[in-house]
Design a protein around this ligand. Structure first.
Ligand code: PLP
Length: 814
């Protein structure tokens, strides 16, 4: 892309404040963290309900970014850059993308539906790439933000676009349609679920069909309801398993060895097609692809040869623990320029190690000549401060000279045989390769070998939940997030890094050593230590942590050290006991507290806090109200007698929900961030963060009368198929969850836990489930939820979450 700034202004209908309208824009960005931001970037400062990218403009100007689309110009940035001022920066991004899209005239396939869009998109890309230079949405970029970003990546060399659109409520599709302007439409499986953003299924379908309002053709599976909703002018090309009047009539034939034979009738002729899948969803998605190929007039032999090679699609970037203290980012399923950019941004946002290695295969389908392409890749590598590139493939080997610190191998096997000499340690490694290179072998070599049980943490869900709670806060109320107990079992450092990016105000931990490991990991946010032992005060001071002081004895001890070290105004937090009766100054010790601190120059009260005992239970509302008013009274007294202006805070997660008037100047968010609420009506609004997963190690069928496990606690009454799963009470699964109380989820079905849970294993009944050894098992996540387990076990979600042992590997993803 190369567009003059002055040409963008009228497109956005905007006010212009700046000096260099002739500035050239070569890239668009919305991510302040991206190292790809440069003087030719146009940065759109998006504003979410709780995030405001205007906050990052100052930093961006410092690193050389000069062009911004904003709703206002931050005070300290005035006259320092070019600003295009608009009403709404997201709409501006969409308008820009629509303008940019209109510069290109080639066919564009637009996809929507409830399921399958990303898979069909990836498959079509694979099927059509021998004949076209395809530009497609990277990953699942299908949102109001993702779609414009996808479209903006088009260049002059592309001659076919494939973009997906996802919506969650009415009015959204219109905007995406204007950006994508598909000439060919594909509606994938629409699902029958009643989505929250729509009144009913019909409304959902109508809304989705708006994507195709100007398309030349719509490809879809025939269905009465959809037929009723299709706009009268839309030309269709349909398929069906049963309706004779569909353009393509499909019959499913035998399935064997993981594959399916389909017979189809088209224009009066009958054909046969083999696809390497058996499940219903994959078959439907493959048929959508078939129709597109027929529409493009491919012959049945070509269709067959290409479709036989379809593959499962993995779209997520996964962070894994590597050997020798490395951290891996596994993106071993695709290799195109656009997704490389995304992966590099992700690498940067992880900020784990100084040293960064990229293992990269040949790159396909850029539309550019190899010369141009690898020059661009090399530039990208430089701007992302990559320490070393390991190129794998014939083509990238040819262009090795373009990179500094680069070694190359002709193929993956050559890399593998040289693995021992490559020395990977204390670094972040991005593994990015096209499917055909089988980089999963490389991931396997680099991955730390632990057992197969993992706790997967969805970082996007954490951001989402944070924003949900932020939206409940009055303006200027600060937010502290409790990351004690290893982020409630979810991983301390990774989550702290994400929170730092979200510019929260404080972190809270229970003990000094938790705070120290965060500081050692590079966290710069202030950290309050709830439970500082007197013996840890020196370490607290040394690492710039901030102790909570909860009694005169510890106050005196801390003051003594502070004086001895000659500290000035060292931050401390004063905890008041207003009824919890755990830690804190009681009412009768407040006078002495004030007297002790009067005139003291060694410490400064940064905040005064108290903790609620029953904020989750509205039955005890009166008690909570009395805690809040006592807190107000005592803290006001300290404030006025000492003449200070500290932050005051008392609310935890359920306090935020139930006592919105007691926010004072800050709140302390805990369990809610991790997607768990004490209140079922609120739970609906939170996204699940942690999924504890394992696999089936072995399956056996036992006869009636045989037993399972220690103490023969399960007796089979009929032939029973038993699956053994390698997770037990030493991993944090309560024994009380065994013996028919609890269940796990396998292939979306419940499998009851039978017999007693062992130290490292448990057994489940899979008689009714079509599963095999190695299949994935969900211990908790969407189902069963942590809250459900807690309820059945007569405990609270906090205990279930924090019980998961540290030997269970945590895997973070977006
Ligand atoms: C753990 C904790 C919190 C957070 O509680 P949640 O119920 O998880 O939100 C807040 N304040 C203090 C003092 C805590 O110990």
């Amino acid at each position: 892309m190369s567009i003059l700034l002055k040409n963008i202004i009228p497109v956005l209908n905007a006010e212009w404040i700046g000096n260099t309208p002739e500035a050239e824009v070569e890239a668009i960005s919305i991510d302040s963290r991206s190292l790809q931001n440069s003087s030719h970037t146009l940065f759109f400062a998006l504003v979410g309900p709780n995030n405001d990218a205007h906050l990052y403009i100052k930093d961006l100007i410092e690193i050389g970014v000069q062009n911004f689309v904003v709703t206002y110009i931050p005070e300290e940035c005035k006259a320092k850059a070019n600003f295009i001022v608009v009403q709404n920066t997201l709409e501006a991004l969409q308008q820009f993308a629509a303008y940019y899209r209109a510069l290109f005239k080639f066919p564009v396939i637009g996809l929507t539906g409830s399921n399958g869009k990303t898979i069909v998109k990836e498959w079509l890309n694979f099927l059509l790439s021998p004949d076209f230079n395809v530009i497609r949405s990277p990953k699942s970029y299908n949102s109001q933000v993702g779609v414009p970003l996808s479209v903006i990546a088009i260049n002059e060399k592309h001659n076919l676009g494939i973009f997906e659109a996802g919506i969650s409520t009415v009015t959204e599709m219109e905007k995406l349609e204007a950006v994508i302007k598909p000439t060919i439409g594909i509606l994938t499986n629409i699902g029958s679920s009643h989505d929250e953003g729509f009144e009913n299924l019909e409304q959902k379908i109508k809304e989705k069909l708006l994507l195709f309002k100007d398309s030349k053709v719509l490809i879809y599976q025939k269905n009465k309801l959809i037929d009723k909703c299709i706009l009268p002018d839309t030309k269709t090309f349909s398929w069906s398993f049963e309706q004779e009047n569909a353009d393509v009539l499909v019959f499913k034939k035998q399935t064997e060895n993981q594959s399916t034979t389909l017979h189809y009738k088209y224009k009066g002729n009958a054909y046969e097609l083999n696809i390497p899948f058996q499940d219903k969803a994959s078959i439907e998605n493959a048929i959508s692809c078939l129709l597109l190929l027929l529409y493009f007039n491919y012959d049945s032999a070509t269709i067959q040869s290409r479709m036989l090679l379809l593959f499962p699609v993995e779209m997520r970037l996964k962070v894994k623990t590597g050997i020798n203290n490395c951290s891996l980012i596994d993106d071993s399923y695709s290799s195109d320029f656009q997704s490389l950019k995304i992966a590099l941004d992700f690498l940067e946002s992880q900020k784990q190690f100084q040293k960064k290695t990229v293992i990269l295969s040949d790159i396909f389908q850029s539309g550019l000549s190899n010369e141009e392409l690898y020059s661009k890749v090399a530039q990208l590598i430089v701007s992302n401060n990559i320490s070393r590139v390991i190129g794998i493939g014939e083509t990238i080997s040819e262009f090795k000279e373009k990179f500094t610190h680069c070694i190359t191998f002709k193929n993956t096997a050559e890399f593998v045989s040289n693995f021992e000499n490559l020395e990977f340690a204390n670094e972040t490694i991005l593994i990015k390769g096209a499917r055909s290179f089988q980089f999963e072998e490389i991931v396997y070599l680099l991955e730390e070998k632990t057992h197969e049980t993992v706790l997967e943490i969805n970082l996007n869900a954490i951001s989402y939940n944070l924003n949900f709670f932020k939206s409940k806060l009055k303006p200027d109320v600060k937010i502290m997030v409790m990351v004690k107990a290893f982020g409630y079992g979810n991983g301390g450092l990774e989550i702290a890094k994400l929170l730092e990016h979200h510019k929260i105000d404080y972190l809270g931990v229970a003990f000094a050593d938790e705070g120290i490991s965060l500081k050692n990991g590079g966290i710069q946010l202030p950290i309050m230590v709830l439970n500082p032992e007197n013996t840890s005060f020196s370490a607290i001071i040394q690492h710039q942590l901030e102790p909570e002081i909860y009694c005169l004895k510890s106050l005196h001890a801390f003051l003594k050290i502070a004086k001895h070290k000659n500290l000035e105004r060292f931050p401390i937090h004063v905890k008041l006991d207003t009824g919890m009766h755990r830690l804190g100054f009681e009412e009768d010790s407040i006078d002495e507290l004030i007297a002790t601190l009067k005139g003291n120059v060694h410490v400064e009260i940064k905040s005064i806090l108290s903790h609620l005992a029953t904020s989750d239970d509205v039955k005890h509302r009166d008690f909570t109200d009395s805690q809040i008013s006592l807190f107000d009274k005592l803290s006001s007294k300290i404030v006025s007698e000492l003449g200070i202006n500290p932050v005051r805070h008392i609310l935890n997660t359920s306090g935020i929900s139930n006592f919105p008037d007691a926010q004072f100047n800050m709140v302390r968010l805990g369990i809610g961030l991790y997607g768990v609420s004490n209140d079922p009506s609120e739970q609906k609004y939170l996204e699940n963060v942690g999924t504890l997963k394992s696999v089936i190690s072995q399956i056996k069928t036992i006869s009636a009368g045989e037993s399972v496990g220690y103490g023969r606690k399960f007796m089979a009454e009929k032939p029973t198929k038993v699956g053994t799963i390698p997770i037990g009470y030493a991993d944090g699964i309560s024994r009380a969850w065994g013996n028919g109380v609890g269940f796990v989820t396998i292939k979306d079905k419940k499998a009851k836990i039978i017999g007693s849970i062992c130290m490292d294993m448990l057994m489940v009944d899979v008689t009714e489930i079509d599963c095999t050894e190695g299949d994935a098992v969900i211990i908790f996540g969407e189902s069963p939820t942590v809250s459900y387990i807690a309820k059945k076990l007569n405990t609270i979600p906090y205990e279930v979450l924090t019980s998961i042992s540290q030997r269970v590997k945590r895997v973070f993803y977006r």
